[in-house]
Design a protein around this ligand. Structure first.
Ligand code: GLN
Length: 441
């Protein structure tokens, strides 16, 4: 059974549509692969029964002449996205028995496209964190090196694509798709803010949070994005002749390891070899991104959380990081801080947004590292402030609401690294195409 190649969604769907392979066989192979990699702790819930039933329905529809974009493709879903009849815990003890009575919009779209929900993935509790070390269900172990983290907050989704299956979805508020994608050696796309309907996602930061995708290739990311957004599917040709790629000088001044710096310059060279022009641009407010993100995201989270606590008042079940965020959000919103921190951060956000848009007016996309280092050791980062620093290239893009993709590129010894390609609003296919050019030898 294990000869079934589960790495590419497009080729799986083609085989299943052509009845060279059944959806049931693909799902069985995937379940087997999940069992074999159980020690990675990628999943909170595996929905074996529902997945096999769904696969049977896809097979019989195909027998009746139907074709699907994601025919029988197994997909894993972050556990903060509501799945009807399937536990949705947000990796929190507070919601350990929560079974939604409706599907999130993205789940409905996946099902309509013939994809099969295989399980719910591990994450940082309520999506706060960068290492998946704040989960009530334990840390996710990186498939490249089990002593290292998979990143977060969508650690299980990223690691599952690296180790088990072709596709998963997660959410990205300040980097939670792109960062674990880089740590796990997979493609992670955060679309333009608003491009994918977020109804049914248990999100805490409504002005930034976006559903995003994990896959092993940019082609698979493009097809999954089209299903989730309703955008017309678009074939990537990987041609970037005549494109202009900007690298902001502020990116180069930021802290990063030598391996990351090397990967960035090799990526720039690779793009030039493929016919693109690499130019220097500037994003003067870059350094304020992370602090601005934390002020705004914790303030928003306090508001959103009030709704959850109304129904589930047992706050003693919450983990330390969630409590820290609630506290800092409450501080940000109280007394004079409201003007001095919250309102000020909101203004800085508009400056950051303008800076990115201005930089993008002289080029087609921006290039920077995804993270400042490769995956850290489990337990290595004990100071939450340090954990946050790994998001410096990610959070400002979320504030600006722009689309960005992390593409595996380079390595630090045996650990994967990623580079981030940031695009203009709604330019998902464009940045994925640049990513494809970068991945191709
Ligand atoms: N790592 C960031 C944080 O902890 C981002 C989280 C996210 O994108 N959900 O806030």
């Amino acid at each position: 059974m294990n000869e079934i190649d589960l790495s590419s969604a497009l080729s799986l769907a083609e085989k299943i549509n052509n009845r060279e392979l059944s959806a049931v066989a693909a799902v069985e192979a995937c379940l087997e692969s999940i069992r074999k990699t159980e020690d990675l702790n990628n999943f909170i819930t595996v929905c074996e029964h529902e997945a096999l039933e769904a696969a049977k329905r896809v097979d019989s529809d195909i027998k009746n002449g139907k074709r699907f974009l994601l025919a029988g493709v197994p997909i894993a879903v972050k556990d903060n996205i509501r799945t009807k009849g399937i536990k949705t815990t947000c990796a929190s003890e507070l919601l350990s028995d929560f079974v939604p009575d409706y599907d999130a919009e993205v789940i409905l779209r996946l099902k309509a496209a013939g994809a099969v929900i295989i399980g719910k993935t591990n994450m940082d509790e309520f999506a706060f964190g960068s290492a998946n070390e704040y989960s009530a269900y334990g840390v996710v172990k990186n498939a490249y090196d089990r002593t290292r983290v998979a990143g977060g907050s969508s650690g299980g989704s990223a690691n599952a694509v690296s180790a088990v299956l072709p596709l998963s979805i997660g959410t990205d508020t300040g980097g939670s798709v792109r960062q674990p994608a880089a740590f796990c050696g997979v493609v992670g796309l955060k679309p333009t803010f608003g491009a994918i309907d977020g109804r049914g996602v248990i999100g805490l930061c409504p002005s930034m949070e976006q559903v995003g995708t994990f896959s092993n290739s940019c082609d698979d990311a493009a097809i999954l994005f089209s299903v989730l957004s309703g955008r017309t599917p678009h074939n990537l040709d990987g041609k970037i002749n005549g494109k202009t790629i900007g690298i902001a000088k502020e990116f180069l001044q930021a802290e990063m390891t030598e391996a990351v710096r090397n990967a960035l310059s090799l990526a720039a060279e690779r793009l030039e070899e493929k016919g693109a022009k690499v130019v220097e641009v500037s994003v003067p407010s870059f350094a304020f991104g992370l602090a601005t993100y934390h002020v705004l995201s914790s303030a928003e989270a306090v508001n959103s959380f009030q709704g959850i606590i109304k129904e589930r008042p047992q706050t003693e079940l919450l983990g330390g990081e969630v409590k820290r965020r609630m506290l800092s959000g409450a501080v940000v919103l109280s007394g004079d801080n409201y003007d001095n921190l919250y309102i000020k951060a909101a203004k800085v956000r508009t400056v950051i947004t303008r800076d990115y848009e201005c930089a993008l007016s002289s080029c087609d996309a921006l290039l920077c590292p995804t993270t400042a280092s490769a995956a850290t050791k489990i337990g290595e980062v004990t100071d939450p402030q340090k954990g946050h620093r790994s998001d410096s290239f990610l959070a400002p893009v979320s504030l600006a609401g722009l689309p960005a993709v992390s593409v595996p590129f380079g390595a630090d010894n045996s650990l994967p690294l990623g580079v981030q390609i940031i695009g203009k609003r709604n330019a998902e296919y464009e940045i994925l195409n640049i990513g494809k050019a970068l991945s191709a030898m």
